[in-house]
Design a protein around this ligand. Structure first.
Ligand SMILES: Cc1ncc(COP(=O)(O)O)c(C=O)c1O
Length: 372
């Protein structure tokens, strides 16, 4: 049997008639940017996430970069300010910070949950700290009340990188469900094709309740203009196009169902993977995890990966080299981040997705359990 890591063709096939109708509608309309499709998706996504505003942008990196840039334009951030961020994240989170002449201050994740260790944050706060950027990595909610309280006590912005966790919920003590992307001051979302809500190319969005910030991001993503040919900022071109917006609007309707399927596959993995060489991350309280990825840890990770590959089970590593060890970030190479290093050496993501069936999941489990 061959089990793909993620078969995007099968994911698209789940809703392809509606998606093709939506694309044809845009093609026939003759209107391809800044039109009704984008407005409609922005409204529906803001409602879904539970924020007042959603601004469609070109991709997730731009969403992150524009949030920070907009905070600079409205005077909340300045060159050299420090942003606390988990050290185990996709490079884009860090690029957005350094691209804005801000300083990433790396926090360790927890080895058992793989998201930022909230007990490791307070000691990192200095008088230059202005924000905590949490990353809901792998679809796991990184928000905790402790992080919220730290932001309140030190007057820090709480920012979310929600690229990997569309539809993930945090349950308050009053049992109210709040979506990741609505838990802080602003959140960046990527709709890269393989994401839980994936477009047919690059796409992204920012969600926020802050009107000033939303207006600044809207302008900055459209050359910095406030009215056609009038520029308040030195902006860029980073817009969500009409075809991507129409596709995303169709897929948004099925996101909760697709996430439910991921959760059922994950339950199956949790119940049936049983191999002392393979550690499954702890389930987090107060959240429903949308399993963008299903990471496991093994101190024989590379052997495990080739064993699975030989049995037809495809897996990927997220991520083999942390940001502070990348060639482009030589300035951080002396940092000691042992938990982040362990995760980069032991993490393996096994097949997961809305089109993965239970026969495939069963085969994945059987092969993992056979690894010795
Ligand atoms: C955690 C995280 N942040 C940011 C990004 C950047 O998104 P994009 O690829 O749309 O630029 C990604 C995705 O690729 C991601 O996984």
């Amino acid at each position: 049997m061959e089990v793909n890591f993620l078969d995007l063709k099968s994911v698209t096939a789940l809703h392809d008639t509606e998606i093709k109708e939506a694309i044809s509608r845009v093609v026939d309309s003759g209107w391809y940017l800044q039109g009704e499709e984008t407005k409609c998706f922005e409204k529906n996504y803001a409602d879904y996430i539970g924020t007042k505003y959603c601004i469609g942008v070109g991709n997730g990196l731009d969403a992150l970069t524009l949030i920070l840039r907009a905070y600079k334009e409205i005077g909340r951030l300045h060159d050299g300010d420090e942003i606390i961020v988990p050290a185990n994240t996709f490079i884009a989170t860090i690029l957005a910070i350094t691209d804005n002449n801000l300083v990433p201050v790396f926090a360790e994740p927890r080895l058992d949950t793989l998201v930022i260790d909230d007990s490791a944050i307070e000691t990192l706060i200095t008088e230059r700290t202005r924000a905590i950027m949490i990353v809901h990595l792998y679809g796991r909610c990184a928000y905790t009340e402790k992080i919220y309280d730290l932001c309140k006590s030190y007057n820090l912005l709480l920012l979310e990188d929600n690229a990997q966790a569309h539809g993930c919920c945090w349950k308050t003590n009053e049992q109210i469900l709040k979506k990741t992307g609505s838990l802080g001051d602003a959140a960046a979302h990527s709709f890269y094709p393989g994401k839980n809500l994936g477009a047919f190319g690059d796409a992204g969005a920012v969600t926020t309740d802050d009107e000033n910030l939303a207006n600044a991001i809207h302008s900055l993503s459209n050359y910095g203009s406030t009215a056609k040919y009038y520029y308040k900022y030195k902006g860029r071109n980073s817009r969500l196009d009409e075809i991507q917006a129409a596709v995303l609007d169709v897929k948004l309707k099925y996101l909760d169902g697709d996430n439910k399927h991921r959760q059922m596959i994950a339950d199956y993995y949790y119940e049936n993977i049983s191999n002392s060489c393979v550690i499954l991350p702890k389930r987090l309280p107060h959240t429903n995890n949308v399993y963008h990825l299903f990471p496991v840890l093994s101190d024989r990770r590379d052997e495990l990966q080739s064993f699975l590959q030989n049995k037809g089970v495809h897996s990927l590593i997220h991520y083999p080299v942390p940001a502070h060890r990348q060639d482009c970030y030589k300035e951080f190479e002396t940092l000691s981040l042992p938990i982040t290093d362990i995760i980069s050496k032991q993490e393996l993501s096994i097949p997961m997705g809305p089109a993965l069936n239970f026969d495939e999941a069963k085969y994945v489990v059987e092969q993992i359990n056979l690894f010795a």
